[in-house]
Design a protein around this ligand. Sequence first.
Ligand SMILES: [Zn+2]
Length: 279
Amino acid sequence: MKHHHVGIQRPSRPGASVPVGRGMKRLRPAAALFAAVLLAACASAPERNPVARWEGSPNHSPRWARAIVLHHTAMDSAQGAIRTLQTGNSGGPVSAHYLIGDDGVIHQLVADGEAAWHAGNSRWAGVDELNAWSIGIELDNDGREPFAPAQVDALLVLLEELTVRLRIPRHMVLGHSDIAPTRKDDPSVHFPWKVLADAGFGLWPREPLRPAPPGFDAWVAMRLVGYDLRDPEAALAAFHRRFRGNEARHWLPGDAEILFDLQQQLLALPAQAPAPPAH
Ligand SMILES: [Zn+2]
């Protein structure tokens, strides 16, 4: 519900007009407070904490997503995937903000300002729990087939809209496998990351690649790019899935050149985080 705060009474100020006096009356502030908490608990999402006195300030903004995470559904149909995203799978309730059919239709399931449940246990750039700071996009694809051109075109439209409106940095378009390398392999090696990169989304090595200089540490670069290195082989598989179209769990010739270029691109980014979206 988008407008859940509309029509919900502001909880009374705790203790504000309750006389504090002798005997039983001392219990009243606590009782009033308890009632206010119960009242708030009945509402879907209390806007204001009943244990605090609301003063209000105009100087605030919604917390906003800092990344976009792409998935494939590993299912046979968009309608089936929508049903799952409205209920759950064997692991419990799941959702995503968007699902794009292979016909290019963009379905929305969760508002951008809310956390959808798509990432699970995850880490990127040293920060856990990407559900709290990302937009999740599911692509109707069974994981073994190429991604439909109409679907990729629609994804590019959606990425443009989201990154502009929500001011999400364009390089922060990630795969589920990037942020949960020990558990996830989506989107698959068939996903056209190069097409996204050509449109300016996601980090991608620039041709022609130059040799990495002496002393270059590829693991440090992996960490800088964002990978969680607690399971190094899984991280390498995710890196290769994303950048090389294979799932090798060991270093390959050419990896250092790619990582050196990605590192140079990241180091050249402005240090300042972009401002939150105006509204
Ligand atoms: Zn996924």
